[in-house]
Design a protein around this ligand. Structure first.
Ligand code: G3P
Length: 217
């Protein structure tokens, strides 16, 4: 399973990239706003830091402007992935941009039929939003499971990029369901490695080690 960082904060991206665990980055207009940076400048900086795919989202909703914005974003760096909304215009723009050789990430996917359409359009990634469905009392994980089954039934190559992840259990369940990628806010990725018994066990071992009076190396 690949891990993407869901942020436009370059300091956090640098920090997580140094762990060697980062496979890419996703951004969206809200994250660009939060960064306070110019979209092209910040995406260029992120693409410089990270080797993997970096999603930059178009702001247009009509086919022609989505194409021109998508091409402008893709010109920033080779590892830009053009993020488009899962609307009919967006799916159409996806097909054209994929035919031109660009990578695409279809965002705001909330039902399996949307995922089916974007796969038919040749999208590189589909981004089902788990947390926002959970917020409405709908099981977001069922969406991941349904998309996995549909993609496997027909051998679609589109990767399932689980988004709107809020908890460690979301990550575990996505991994069990066979999502290809999880995009995580830095606060969630940090929690993946934490367990109180790990901390307690380590403190006990270190205390006993100190009593041995030994040193290694
Ligand atoms: O990048 C899109 C997605 O991860 C947003 O998450 O928490 O705003 O629903 P959230």
């Amino acid at each position: 399973m690949k891990f993407f960082l869901d942020t436009a904060d370059v300091d956090e991206i640098r920090e997580w990239n140094a762990t060697g665990l980062l496979d890419g980055v996703t951004t969206n207009p809200s994250l660009i706003l939060k960064s306070g940076r110019n979209i092209k400048e910040v995406l260029a900086e992120i693409c410089d830091i990270v080797d993997g795919d970096v999603s930059g989202e178009v702001a247009a909703t009509d086919y022609d402007t989505m194409l021109s914005e998508g091409r402008a974003l893709a010109a920033i760096a080779d590892n830009i992935c053009i993020k488009l909304p899962t609307t009919l215009e967006g799916v159409r723009a996806c097909k054209t941009l994929v035919d031109e050789g660009f990578k695409t990430n279809m965002t705001l996917c909330f039902q399996p039929t949307q995922a089916l359409l974007v796969a038919k359009a040749g999208a590189t990634y589909v981004s089902p939003f788990i947390g926002r469905l959970d917020d409405m009392g709908i099981d977001g994980m069922e969406l991941i499971e349904d998309i996995r089954t549909i993609y496997d039934n027909y051998g679609f190559d589109t990767e399932i990029l689980a988004a709107s992840i809020r908890t460690v259990n979301h990550v575990k369940d996505c991994a069990l369901a066979g999502a290809d990628v999880a995009t995580l806010p830095p606060s969630t990725i940090e929690k993946l490695v934490k367990h109180p018994l790990t901390d307690k066990g380590l403190a006990d071992f270190l205390a006993d080690w100190a009593k041995t009076g030994q040193s290694i190396g």
